[in-house]
Design a protein around this ligand. Structure first.
Ligand code: TYM
Length: 338
């Protein structure tokens, strides 16, 4: 059986979204809306797994609205594509429990993101942080979604989702019940790096705000961060080969190419041999031109939180209508009386 194409993706409402979230994922979502049906959730349950999101109820509520506003401001059309917060669709949590019983400890032990996030003191991390990728698998499979547009860092989690789907299908005698969801990792900025350290991913939780461009930064903040972005002391490279071992230059080129919708080789050719300072000015202007309208629209939307809440409720109603019959079938397959 082939499954009907359906896209699902989500972002965690922990702090503000940044350029990496936009270029690695959100920008692709906007395009994919034209290609197949999509569902986009704000994963508020996942946000509880972060120390920075836990026990700060107002901050979580605010961040959830802000992420929803970012989706809409970037071009996701809520009239066409449901946008909802994960906790509003209880089927995500229900399926996650069943998947907790399908997934093996050994599989979760391999997850690099847990190792990074839990740091040196694994025993102090929440159980939720450990089973985070299991909930993510449930987010996707509770709709039998087939395509998952994400940045490169989520690839391993998608592999786990595929393993869970296969094991469920096998264990419960339903060879094609769940699809094998495909990661969709496209563009030149699938892994945007920190502006302070070309070896580290741009992240919402990096202590240094200068390491990332937030979708809420104004033009001055963006220009300042790009101007201060770590670079090296050589002129800009003239070829792809010369970018080797120059992670900061590579990162800035990738960002430029993704924002300008150019391929990277043409960006390299455009700035070959020039100094970083001129390139940084061009990159700052481009970033402000591309993000400015999104930031302004986010601000406009956030001035009316009731309208965002209405959009989230509406999206959740539509999402539940899809998830509930699938969840009913799952329950019957595992032997629950429904
Ligand atoms: P999150 O909230 O960390 O990130 C949201 C999306 O942004 C991408 N991303 C990046 N892309 C390029 N460069 C970066 N520096 C960068 N940082 C983040 C992420 O790959 C992601 O696509 N586990 C997910 C949320 C999630 C989810 C899901 C995603 C929960 N359930 C179901 C897809 C399907 C996460 O933490 O994303």
């Amino acid at each position: 059986m082939t499954h009907k194409p359906l896209v699902l993706s989500g972002m965690q409402p922990t702090n503000t979204l940044h350029l990496g979230n936009y270029l690695g994922a959100l920008k692709n979502w906007v395009r994919m809306q034209e290609e197949m049906p999509c569902l986009f959730c704000v994963v508020d349950m996942h946000a509880l797994t972060q120390d920075s999101g836990y026990a700060l109820p107002e901050a979580l509520t605010r961040a959830t609205r802000e992420v929803a506003a970012a989706y809409i401001a970037a071009g996701v059309d809520p009239a066409h594509t449901p946008i909802f917060n994960q906790s509003r669709v209880p089927e995500h949590g229900e399926l996650a429990w069943i998947f907790n019983c399908v997934a093996r400890l050994g599989w979760l032990d391999r997850m690099t993101q847990f190792k990074e996030k839990s740091g040196k003191h694994k025993e102090r991390a929440s159980v939720g942080l450990y089973t985070y990728p299991v909930l993510m698998a449930a987010d996707i499979l509770v709709y039998k979604a087939t395509h998952v547009p994400v940045g490169e860092d989520q690839k391993q989690h998608l592999e786990l989702a595929r393993d869970i789907a296969a094991k469920f299908n096998n264990d419960f005698g339903a060879p094609d019940f769940f699809p094998q969801p495909e990661p969709v990792i496209t563009g030149t900025a699938t892994r945007v790096m920190s502006l302070r350290d070309g070896a580290k991913k741009m992240s919402k939780t990096d202590e240094s705000d200068a390491s990332r461009i937030n979708l809420t930064d104004d033009a001055d903040a963006i220009a300042g961060k790009i101007k201060r972005a770590k670079s090296d002391s050589f002129p800009l490279p003239a070829s792809k080969e010369d970018l080797k071992d120059r992670p900061e230059a590579e990162n800035l080129f990738n960002i430029y190419a993704a924002l300008a919708e150019q391929d990277r080789d043409s960006v390299i050719a455009q700035f070959a041999g020039q100094q970083f300072s001129g390139f940084k000015t061009a990159l700052a202007d481009l970033t402000v031109a591309k993000l400015g309208p999104i930031t302004a629209e986010m601000r406009r939307l956030l001035a009316d939180p009731a309208e965002i809440d209405r959009i989230l409720k509406n999206g959740a109603d539509k999402a539940r209508a899809l998830a509930a019959p699938i969840m009913d079938e799952v329950k019957k397959r595992v032997g629950f009386i429904v």
